[in-house]
Design a protein around this ligand. Structure first.
Ligand code: FES
Length: 339
């Protein structure tokens, strides 16, 4: 049996490695040319300590000086003593460069550019090989002929040699200009990643997911994962855009809702002159019940003002959710800050 171990480095880079059920995570990383800091390899020094965000594992011998009982209870691990019992996600407290690795670059070819609405494109890319990533993460995509890149969350599920993205149509933007005027099937692109701390954690309580515009993309990838794994916990996805014409991927969302019985889709339009049952901002429609008295995970992907508005709204309601993960994207469509 082989498990996948996602190593999330301090600089936002993620590498996903294979690790046998009897293999030490440190050895598996080394075999795949990633040098997690280490000294003793015997559970004595604590140099290889990481935090396990997700997954089950066994730890062999270690001294209290290397890792305390409290740290072990908080799911810190010594990678030189750790064998996985499931797929895992580890936070590595150093940069990828320190571990002599970095984000991987994969070549791709445009399959199609779809004008999904006046404000967004769908980009589908055939990859030379699948890019392992955690649902919710992003890659940098180079903009051919410009020497520049932009960052986009996958809207597709991991494990495929086809990837898809939702891209905001930003007049004058380098990616938007290329997609709107030049890009065609067969064009070569390069994708570097995956990156980002915005990814789906284990679902152990009700979920409130908040998407602003093309911030829907990571939630599509997350929903594909939930559809495959299943959950009984309620997921309320609030999808906020300006106008009805800006709502995209509705058919896909409905198909996902058929597979995920606990999923509720809530659309919100900001424009006052639209005929829609929910208008205004997402905060106008977030009720205390949506946070389940604080026993809820909140995920948000949208522009910075949306993040701040939701944070203030939760504070005004007196709600402190069990976790709040967000990704802000700025006008260049680059996920700038994740938490
Ligand atoms: Fe010393 Fe792992 S390298 S405890």
């Amino acid at each position: 049996m082989t498990y996948q171990i996602a190593l999330n480095f301090e600089d936002g880079v993620t590498r996903i490695i294979d690790c046998g059920e009897d293999e030490l995570v440190m050895d598996a990383a080394f075999r795949q040319k990633i040098n997690i800091p280490m000294d003793c390899r015997d559970g004595v020094c604590g140099t290889c300590k990481c935090h396990c965000e997700k997954g089950d594992y066994e730890l062999d011998f270690y001294l209290d000086e290397a890792m305390t009982e409290e740290e072990a209870e908080e799911k810190y691990v010594l990678t030189c003593q750790m064998t996985p019992q499931s797929d895992c996600v580890l936070s590595v407290p150093v940069s990828s460069a320190v571990c002599k690795t970095g984000a991987e670059t994969v070549k791709g070819e445009v399959i199609a550019v779809d004008a999904l609405s006046a404000t967004s494109f769908g980009l589908r890319v055939k990859l030379a090989k699948p890019i392992p990533f955690l649902p919710g993460q992003y890659v940098n995509i180079d903009v051919p002929g410009t020497g520049r890149h932009r960052s986009y969350s996958f809207s597709s599920a991991p494990g495929s040699d086809e990837a898809s993205f939702l891209i905001r149509n930003l007049p004058g933007g380098v990616m938007s200009t290329w997609l709107g005027e030049t890009a065609k099937p067969g064009d070569a692109v390069e994708l570097t990643g995956p990156m980002g701390a915005f990814y789906l954690r284990p679902i152990e309580r009700p979920q409130a997911w908040l998407a602003g515009g093309t911030g829907l993309a990571p939630f599509l990838a997350m929903l594909e994962k939930v559809a495959a794994d299943g959950t009984d916990h309620p997921i309320r996805l609030f999808y906020a855009v300006t106008r009805a014409a800006d709502l995209v991927e509705l058919e896909r969302l409905r198909a996902l809702a058929e597979k995920i019985e606990s999923l509720t889709l809530v659309t919100i339009l900001a424009a006052e002159d639209e005929a829609h049952e929910r208008k205004g901002f997402v905060t106008d429609h977030l009720e205390p019940d949506d946070f389940n008295g604080g026993d809820a995970d909140v995920y948000l992907c949208g522009p910075p003002p949306m993040v701040e508005a939701v944070r203030s709204h939760m504070a005004a309601l007196g709600v402190a959710p069990a976790s709040f993960h967000f990704e802000k994207f700025n006008p260049t469509e680059t996920p700038a800050v994740a938490a």
